[in-house]
Design a protein around this ligand. Sequence first.
Ligand code: ADP
Ligand code: MG
Ligand code: MG
Length: 890
Amino acid sequence: MTKWVYSFGNGLNEGRAEMRNLLGGKGANLAEMASIGLPVPPGFTITTEVCSAFYDNGRKYPEDLRAQVDAAMQRIEGAMGLRFGDADAPLLVSVRSGARVSMPGMMDTVLNLGLNDETVQGLARSSGDERFAWDSYRRFVQMYGSVVMGVAHHHFEDVLDQFKRTLGVIDDTAITAAQWREVVKAYHEIIHEHTGQEFPSDPQAQLLGAIGAVFGSWMNPRANTYRRLHDIPASWGTAVNVQSMVFGNMGDDCATGVCFTRDPSTGEDVFYGEYLVNAQGEDVVAGIRTPQPMSRARAEEGQHPMETVLPDAYAELLRVRTLLERHYRDMQDIEFTVQRNVLYLLQTRNGKRTAAAALKIAIDMAREGLISKEDAICRVPATSLDQLLHPALDPKADRVQLTRGLPASPGAASGAVVFTAEECEARAARGEDVILVRVETSPEDVHGMHAARGVLTARGGMTSHAAVVARGMGRVCVAGAGSVHIDYATMVMTIDGHSIAEGDWITLDGSTGAVYLGRVATIPPILSDDFNTLMGWADSIRRLGVRANAETPDDAKTACRFGAEGIGLARTEHMFFGPDRIGHVRQMIIADEETVRQRAINALLVFQRDDFVSIFRIMAGLPVTVRLLDPPLHEFLPHAEAEFAEVATALGKTVEEIRARCASLAEANPMLGHRGCRLGLTNPEIYAMQVRAIIEAALQVSDETGKGIVPEIMIPLVATRAELEVARRAAEAEISAVLQERGAALDYRIGTMIELPRAAIQAGEIAHHADFFSFGTNDLTQTTFGLSRDDAGSFLPFYVDHGLLPKDPFVSIDREGVGALVRMGVERGRAAHPGLKLGICGEHGGDPDSIAFFDEVGLDYVSCSPFRVPVARLAAAQAALAHRKENASA
Ligand code: ADP
Ligand code: MG
Ligand code: MG
């Protein structure tokens, strides 16, 4: 007999935390908490296998499921000393969904299940609190009506709002039993009106209905979309948890709350969270009443911290906090309820956190001895470091503050205000910076939040949907700014007399909660000690070197500041575009007289030498790979009328002549045209000039600093051994000439990009003339797929959405195809030339998944954009640890 149902609580815990695949995250952790002696209301979990069986068998449940559910219900009845459906003292339960990973789009929880017109009387009598009983009943009817029977939420809200307005009350807790009774009646009518069905009064029918709704929601469109976006297989299924109710809405010695064992925003080791007295379920996050802080330390004037209001339950919660952190060895996100001063735990999971918090928590926990250094390195998602490198508001900048909300997710963001997720996405796709402003957010807004720079909400606390989601994705968020009034009809918000329309700019400071008018200037981030500590740990573990792609002094400085161990790619063409150079570049390309052409080249030599001098100085002896000119020449040609005239004057020609010459340089397919070493081989004086500039600069800086500069000269777009052989010979001739003129000696290296499939295949041949290879994975991806990166936008997203490609191959290396060529290049290159140095300088050098691959194939270093350097350092350490683990288990 298959076991479909696992009980927890009251001494029988059939599940454990490790069983999350079978029991879902929520169910597994409820069982785990109960088994370590924490107060968890008894209940049971219906396994994810039931969900799979349900869908595999044409939406039919396994036959013996009903019997197992009945038996588990009887266990709860026994534990609670109550009976389900009992008219005198009814047992009430909650029905909760819970997949392996938490998943918005799944069915919402139904609380107080088991109530009907009769049992509500019993609940009133047994609790001695009629108001409480009817409050519970109206909640149940609303939840069941919307979640299970599909009546839109707002129909119920409208009735309640109308009621409150007539009664002149604001706070739900001020509504009496008799008044709630009226509301319940109205709710029943709404349900009948919208569904043509009666609200089910039979508790057994209610239970089966709610369980069915959870399993049904696994295949609803919202859940399907979420699964697709997050690579969650449909076969996983969801579990259902049925649990006896505890009540936070029984009076002023009752409460419900959500808390984190450490601050999820900063990582500070303080108890953090919100609670509400005399409330139930998600009242705290729903923004109906203003939630209160947990601790006195975090309370402001006029607030009522739980520490003061419910001291016993608070003390108990503090004990639980330590216990749970010790047990799970990670920061926990806890949901709890207090019933008549007694604490109950309803959920725990590893808490979502900002990058800053992840960093601080990892370092602190390692220092506390809770986790190892290696664990700490793996606890911080490498890409999240981006968040820490983001700018903050310039304290000296002028600003007009509009209002202040809660500092829900740190950082600074400016952008145009939009009021819908759709508009947000649309504008972001056009490259605009946008701030999404909502009264509150829901799972439907997540795609818009992702596209936004920041999120501002009028309602909701530090644990509201907006706050939690924004922190998770590293978006700036100011939540619960009460003075923001949004009119969705006119797409205008007003804040204390300021009227701000869609498209107007505002600035958010997610670290203070401030909202400013317009765009406020920012300053670069300050890297914390924790950041440096983690980077130090990562550096001591990683095998891969990390360099940066940089060609300007600013980029080179940033690269050094972020810990780059050299430059893996300095693109010389960027230097050609400077306003003081481009004229000479054009003359060099267009001139037909040798002397004129040489004059232009000589002028460029001076500029190039200066460029390299400043880079070599900044890099202070670290390796610098300079790539000789790569793009097709026509990229540098004039476009504007005035530019044509300028070149014409300089060369003593007519504009028409210049135009004709330029036209003759046009190519049908420039990416595959006259570029890279093809250009250098046919126009040897250009490469000669660049080589001379590099060597002269290296000599100069070596002299200046006494540090031997060892320049690395890189030849692009090589396909054959002969190409590199000839290009190398030419470069070496120029180098000897320079060294002879100067009577100097200098160490240097000459290598090549491997960015064409033929080069990877012929790596064994090419390696004979190379001191190093650098895999140019952008071009290698284009040429391997035969896919132009600039044109891929119109169909790549379709490919990824429809599973034709697992990921965008320009973002994450295609291991099987492009990666196989890299591997081949590595193996053949090294076999022919054992000392060959191997790196990668494509966009993939900053992508953690790709970095793991490059570590695996044994490259010496990756090179990425300066801001990705910390990401790469951490990712390289994580890759090294993952390989260690694999080897240990192999
Ligand atoms: P979600 O997955 O959206 O977090 P939950 O199943 O955790 O949904 O339920 C939401 C809230 O409902 C819980 O945080 C808790 O406050 C309340 N709740 C759920 N089950 C019970 C219960 N048995 N007794 C009291 N409150 C409950
Ligand atoms: Mg929910
Ligand atoms: Mg929950």
